[in-house]
Design a protein around this ligand. Structure first.
Ligand code: ADP
Length: 516
């Protein structure tokens, strides 16, 4: 059978997708390969098809048991002999698999990376007729990636021990730096590098400032996706439970998923989701790699992920079937504070500094008024045109901005006059003339800024505070105390204008008049 016949016979497809053939040809020519292609781009076929045209076994290294399991089941369902070796199998089972491998009847052997440190296993590999090695999710090799795995580091031994056997490495996301790291760590020899465009044209990307806990925004979004499958990412285990609860109370089929659940609970939620028995999974990032469901119509982030790599992979789970899908990121300045605290807690390594930079890129993306697709692609060193109408920024009518210079100066002034010792809520209460005990006790009702900010609701003031944080006029110190930066001082003096997308202020309901 030739390539096209194999494609039709085993996979039921009539033509290759862009770049697949290039990689297949390189593999057939025994060349090392490094392929970067977005999720859903069709990477598996790139190593599965050539394997079917070769006589030996292809060894696939994959980071997750569930991922391997699904692949093995799918191959077997197509009549292709595939096995996996993991720590889950007992002696008897392992021996049986070993026998099958030795008999030469197996086409695919899936293994976890830690297997490759096992002397007995390596010895077995040396006795097999190996076509080539596949490294799936190859970004796990790199410490600069977002999912570094210690046992992926050891994969350098493949080239040391099997110098003549080609390696094909695949990942969905890699900056140039991560790409170089993968090539170097695996010791790839003049690999064929194939980079697909990161533009996922069937995804509509939106990023919005979260209003309060974001639940009203979430409901409004879900109204447009009635009965459709989707994932909602939240930051903590607790919040997955509470958001799932909230949605259930709204009559929606939602389930929480996080690492604290039993394997059984996790599996059943996953299975129910895949089989469309559960519409929505509210999850932490534990619900990640290896989700094999093509008709996910939406992905929502209730808070900001810590890196654009995470974000891109997570939204990438939507629309693998190529149909229109929608993503929504809700974020606020408090997310940034939270993520910074997580990073602060990391041990002092070069990675820590890197983590801050990554977070900054994420923040810039969220606040950006440029094409979302172009911004993400640029981050991964891919230049693409603006999407036109596949993101909120491109499809928004010429963005209506309002001048908030006066409001900004009022807020900065109130922070300065309270000696930069208070949190934002307190300062806003002063601006709005609150008669709260603490304000009266501190004598802050005597300040000239007291009560000069009643034109905006509290949440509008919080948005203005967010904006001042984003543009670097304010910074947050210990105990969430707000301080003016040198740029903030200049804004206060009236040296800069500050403007804001009108929608950020107007979508907020005017606060009911406070009882003061
Ligand atoms: P990735 O591993 O890159 O995320 P997959 O290998 O899971 O992507 O492929 C995604 C989907 O695309 C699968 O449903 C697969 O059957 C389909 N697919 C792959 N190649 C082709 C092709 N040449 N023609 C049509 N569909 C394809």
């Amino acid at each position: 059978m030739n390539k096209i016949e194999t494609l039709e016979h085993y996979f039921g497809h009539s033509r290759f997708r862009p770049l697949q053939e290039e990689v297949i040809d390189a593999i057939m020519a025994k060349q090392d390969v490094l392929m970067i292609l977005p999720t859903g781009g069709g990477k598996s076929l790139c190593y599965q098809l050539p394997t079917l045209m070769m006589k030996g076994v292809t060894v696939v290294v994959s980071p997750l048991l569930a991922l391997m399991h699904d692949q093995v089941v799918a191959l077997r369902a197509n009549g292709i002999p595939a096995v996996m070796l993991s720590s889950m199998q007992d002696m008897e089972e392992s021996q049986m698999i070993e026998k099958q491998l030795r008999s030469g009847e197996v086409k695919f052997l899936y293994v976890a990376p830690e297997r490759l440190t096992n002397g007995y296993f390596l010895n077995l590999l040396h006795q097999l007729d190996i076509n080539f090695f596949v490294i799936d999710e190859a970004h796990c090799v790199s410490e600069w990636g977002h999912e570094f795995r210690e046992n992926y580091r050891r994969l350098s031994l493949l080239k040391e021990q099997f110098a003549t056997i080609p390696i094909a490495a695949f990942t969905a996301t890699a900056t140039k730096m991560v790409e170089e790291d993968i090539a170097a760590n695996l010791g790839l020899k003049a690999p064929k590098r194939v980079r697909g465009s990161l533009f996922r044209e069937n995804l509509t990307i939106q990023a919005k400032h979260r209003i309060k806990d974001g639940r009203e925004q979430l409901l409004a979004f879900l109204k447009q996706h009635e009965g459709e499958s989707g994932i909602i990412y939240t930051l903590s285990r607790k919040s997955t439970e509470s958001v799932a609860h909230f949605l259930q109370n709204q009559g929606l089929e939602a389930r929480a998923y996080h690492a604290g659940l039993s394997t059984q609970e996790k599996n059943s939620t996953y299975q129910d989701f895949v089989a469309d028995r559960v519409q929505i999974v509210v999850a932490t990032i534990a619900f990640g790699m290896g989700i094999d469901k093509s008709n996910i119509r939406f992905v929502v982030h209730m808070t900001m992920p810590k890196t654009l790599e995470n974000y891109y992979q997570e939204i990438g789970r939507a629309g693998r079937d190529g149909l229109e899908s929608e993503t929504l990121l809700l974020f606020s300045a408090s997310d940034i504070v939270q993520q910074k605290m997580f990073i602060e807690d990391l041990p002092e390594t070069p990675y820590k500094e890197h983590a801050f930079n990554k977070l900054e890129s994420m923040v810039r993306f969220a606040n950006s008024e440029n094409c979302r697709h172009q911004s993400v692609a640029a981050y991964f060193d891919d230049r693409i045109n603006v999407c036109g109408d596949k993101c909120d920024n491109c499809s928004a009518p010429a963005s209506q901005k309002v001048d908030i210079t006066t409001a900004a100066r009022k807020l900065l002034s109130a922070i300065a006059r309270t000696d930069q010792k208070f949190g934002l809520h307190y300062v806003i209460d002063i601006l709005r003339g609150s008669k709260e005990q603490r304000i009266l006790q501190n004598g802050h009702d005597k300040l000239t800024v007291y009560g000069i900010g009643e034109e905006y609701s509290k949440s509008q003031w919080l948005t203005i505070g967010d904006k001042l944080l984003e543009i670097g006029a304010l910074s947050i110190g210990e105990f969430k105390v707000y301080k003016l930066t040198s740029f903030g001082v200049e804004v206060l003096k009236g040296e800069h204008h500050v403007s804001l997308k009108e929608s950020r202020l107007s979508i907020q309901k005017a606060a009911p008049k406070r009882k003061v």
